[in-house]
Design a protein around this ligand. Structure first.
Ligand code: MSP
Length: 489
């Protein structure tokens, strides 16, 4: 079994911001959940480096496009490293990528789905997309649209409408959450599809169209194929098994590209459709989408990451809203929420038990795991697993917090530190520690390093499996604190 998880490849036109990180965290959480499932997993991210938008940004920076994208791409790669996200990285200016794109293009040619025509329309360079309807300004970027008129290659998108509708109707897991699936169905069922313009003459910064070099490939075709080029040549043995288990994590702004254009092109090329397209909402600042084009919204991800720690910050985003909903970013609110969830609920709990065991039990956790509390944690772990199988990180996060709260309440009620009966006190501590470690193990996909550190405080390594319920051993006080307070008193 394999699972191939992708993030969008981010435009190398600007510096990374917190919005980019949000999608990547969701994908990274899915990677950890897949590893818990015992599935061989790859996570691929990267940078989208061609097109007019990049060409213009390079000119503004006084650099050649190649120099410019090298710097920007390194910025993204360093960010993922700084945030502790382990992902492979693809660049669309890489010659191996270009070779796969040309192979992909030739398949569309062989299918008879490419033809030459002329296009006149209103173009948003920031979206790299022609816009339709009676609008003068891009609704996302709030910039005036430009009139473009050019010869163009077209992809016969219109031919795939029926197949796409059938596939989406028969595969409810193809587009998640359901609201986005409904949106795509409404889009497909509400109109005939017009063919897609898939080449440009307005820029030279792109992959030249074979045998027609005054055109470069439309940057979106180039970019989407990165999901395949990251795996190697289309027909290679190394690539094939991964092509059948793709899970694309994207923001809602690029839904139609992924849920309509990309599957249609895959059908044309005779390749497998993605297993699922998982769509997140927007991160906003004071209600406005975080976006390069709105500098007041930009948050450098490393600033809160240093303040709160990578894992804690990621946990905040994973557990705060259901899949697909928007989330407003406010550093004060993050500090408050993490104090409650991680300093009080998690950190104090681990440290109370570990310190008690160190003082009263010579550092060895007494045997436990016989009572109801352990059973509750096992049930909770199963619920975390089910939630993450549906990519519902908020549900998983809430379950983890509820399981931690239950252990806290048990200790509060049983108060082993006041218990005159030593055997009873031992049983309570053993039970609480065992239940806590089961929760920490299952929490790894959402708590990341905090779960690893918590388990280490109980002398355990991550089990990397849902089916192992770890038995705590000797405690290690050097792992404390798990999370210290950041907010007010
Ligand atoms: N290059 C294209 C994607 C090509 S994929 C084959 C692109 N790049 S982008 O830099 O604009 O990044 C898009 C993705 O970044 C969004 O779809 C989303 O996943 C993420 N986000 C960017 N801003 C975001 C928010 N403010 N909030 C949440 N996610 C955001 O489009």
């Amino acid at each position: 079994m394999k699972r191939y998880i992708t993030t969008p490849i981010y435009y190398a036109s600007g510096a990374p911001h917190l919005g980019h990180v949000y999608t990547t965290w969701l994908a990274d959480c899915a990677r950890r959940a897949a590893m818990m499932d015992g599935v061989e997993t790859r996570l691929v991210t990267g940078t989208d480096e061609h097109g007019q938008k990049i060409e213009r940004a390079a000119a503004r920076a006084g650099q050649t496009p190649a120099q410019f994208v090298a710097g920007r791409s390194a910025g993204f790669r360093n960010l993922w490293q700084g945030l502790g996200i382990e992902a492979e990285f693809v660049r669309t200016t890489d010659p191996d990528h270009e070779a796969v794109v040309l192979d992909f293009w030739s398949r569309l040619v062989r299918a008879g789905d490419l033809y030459k025509g002329h296009y006149t329309g209103l173009y948003c360079v920031d979206c790299e997309q022609y816009q339709t309807g009676d609008v003068a300004e891009c609704a996302v970027h709030r910039r005036a649209l430009e009139t473009h008129s050019e010869d163009s290659w077209f992809f016969r998108l219109s031919a795939y409408r029926g197949q796409l509708i059938d596939h989406i109707r028969t595969h409810p897991e193809f587009i998640l959450p359901e609201s986005r699936r409904n949106e795509v169905l409404a889009f497909l069922e509400g109109q005939e599809l017009t063919d897609l313009s898939v080449s440009r003459t307005s820029t030279t910064w792109g992959i030249p169209v074979p045998d027609d070099e005054s055109h470069v490939l439309y940057v979106w075709v180039d970019a989407l194929v990165s999901y395949l080029s990251a795996l190697g040549p289309l027909d290679s043995e190394q690539a094939r098994p991964w092509q059948t288990c793709m899970h694309h994590f994207i923001g809602k702004d690029i839904l139609i590209f992924h849920a309509v254009y990309w599957p249609a092109m895959l059908l044309s090329a005779g390749l497998q459709l993605p297993a699922s397209i998982v769509v997140n909402g927007w991160l906003t600042v004071e209600g406005r989408k975080i976006a390069k084009s709105d500098p007041a919204t930009i948050v450098d991800p490393l600033v809160p990451a240093v303040e709160f720690g990578n894992a804690a910050l990621a946990f905040y985003f994973l557990k705060s809203v259901g899949l697909g909903a928007d989330l407003n970013y406010d550093g004060v609110e993050v500090a408050r929420a993490l104090d409650v969830d991680l300093a009080n609920n998690l950190g104090n709990l681990v440290s109370r038990i570990v310190k008690f065991v160190a003082r009263k039990h010579a550092g060895l956790v007494p045997a436990g795991r016989t009572g109801e509390l352990v059973q509750h944690s096992c049930n909770g772990a199963a619920e975390v697993r089910a939630a993450l199988a549906a990519f519902e990180t908020a549900r998983a996060g809430r379950q983890v917090l509820a399981d931690l709260a239950r252990v806290n309440a048990y200790l509060q009620q049983e108060a082993p530190w006041k218990q005159p009966d030593a055997a009873r006190a031992n049983a309570v501590i053993g039970e609480a520690a065992a239940a806590l470690c089961i929760t920490l193990n299952a929490a790894w996909p959402v708590l990341g390093e905090l779960a690893v550190q918590g388990l280490r405080a109980f002398g355990l390594d991550l089990a990397n499996s849902w089916d192992v319920n770890p038995v705590p051993g000797a405690v290690d006080e050097t792992c404390l604190p798990i999370y210290a307070r950041r907010g007010g008193s």
